[in-house]
Design a protein around this ligand. Structure first.
Ligand SMILES: [Zn+2]
Length: 307
């Protein structure tokens, strides 16, 4: 019997925008009230990330910046996307802590699949840069933690958020122990993620960017998974499969123009889960974007149903 887990915490509701903003507490509220599939366990009480684990991924200057911004009550941490509020820093520490809790649950208690419903999201945060609603690279911190604990050597990351996972790419760009895929709309913010960005040094060839046009449908996504991503993962033989699970490629999302549906997210999950099963490895999925509340809740529900 598969063991599946949903990790979240209401503490992440206290990251509150100073004015109307797409990345708002209601996103998490919509997921906290989801009825989970019957066999899902749920945990809401887990430790925040430690500074030591943050520093495996981010520069000391980055950590200092977000701590000082919080201490000063800074309402904007970049040029206009990433806001701060009294509860923001704690929420960011909890969001990254969820990935660490997921790694511990998977590798010490035998869970097969975990979904982390977290905010602020993480995949735009670079080694030394707050960016695109993101403070800390939640998923990258979980990967590094799992490596440092000796749980895994190699990780594969599939980022299907509609925006390029520039932060994750930045963190693992020269690393051949992490195979990183990003499928994203282009043109679209942040403007990076060309197919020609493939890694550097030892990491050359371990970053795979797959930009798609506005209007792209699920058939194209599943073909990309079948033809480009899954064969490469199978060849790479990772010890864990991570999903940077943004749901803003949904057709109703206000921030982009890709045309996925709940059924497409279910199908993509089936494909990646069966790839993981064929390698006998677990799946850790971490929420990124998704800004239409109905589409987000429906897509996460479809994702959980197949995880
Ligand atoms: Zn996004």
């Amino acid at each position: 019997m598969a063991k599946r887990l949903f990790i979240s915490s209401e503490k992440m509701l206290y990251h509150i925008p100073p004015s109307a903003h797409a990345e708002r507490p209601e996103r998490l509220k919509a997921l906290l009230k989801l009825e989970l599939p019957e066999d899902f366990y749920k945990i809401e009480d887990f430790a925040p990330v430690t500074d030591q684990d943050i520093l495996q991924v981010h520069n000391p200057a980055h950590l200092e910046y977000i701590q000082q911004a919080s201490a000063k009550g800074q309402q904007m941490l970049d040029e206009g996307d990433t806001y701060g509020s009294p509860g923001s820093l704690e929420a960011a520490y909890i969001a990254a802590g969820a990935g660490i809790a997921a790694a511990n649950k998977v590798f010490t208690e035998g869970y097969d699949s975990v979904f982390c419903a977290v905010r602020p999201p993480g995949h735009h945060a670079e080694r030394n840069r707050v960016m695109g609603f993101c403070y800390l690279s939640n998923l990258a911190i979980a990967v590094r933690y799992a490596q440092r604990k000796g749980y895994i050597k190699r990780a594969a990351i599939i980022d299907w958020d509609v925006h390029h996972g520039n932060g994750t790419q930045d963190i693992f760009y020269d690393d051949n122990s992490v195979l990183f895929f990003s499928i994203h709309q282009m043109p679209l913010w942040p403007g990076t993620g060309y197919a020609s960005e493939t890694g550097e040094g030892a990491g050359e060839g371990y970053t795979v960017n797959i930009p798609v046009k506005p209007g792209t449908t699920g058939e194209v996504y599943t073909a990309i998974l079948r033809e480009q991503i899954i064969p490469r993962i199978t060849e790479f033989r990772p010890d864990c499969l991570f999903i940077s699970a943004g749901f803003d490629a949904h057709e109703d999302d206000p921030l982009a123009q890709v045309s996925l549906t709940e059924a497409d997210y279910a199908e993509m999950t089936v494909m990646l889960k069966s790839c993981a099963d064929s390698l006998s490895i677990p799946v850790i999925s971490v929420l990124e974007g998704g800004y239409n509340l109905t589409a987000l809740a429906g897509s996460v529900k479809a994702h959980l149903g197949k995880l």
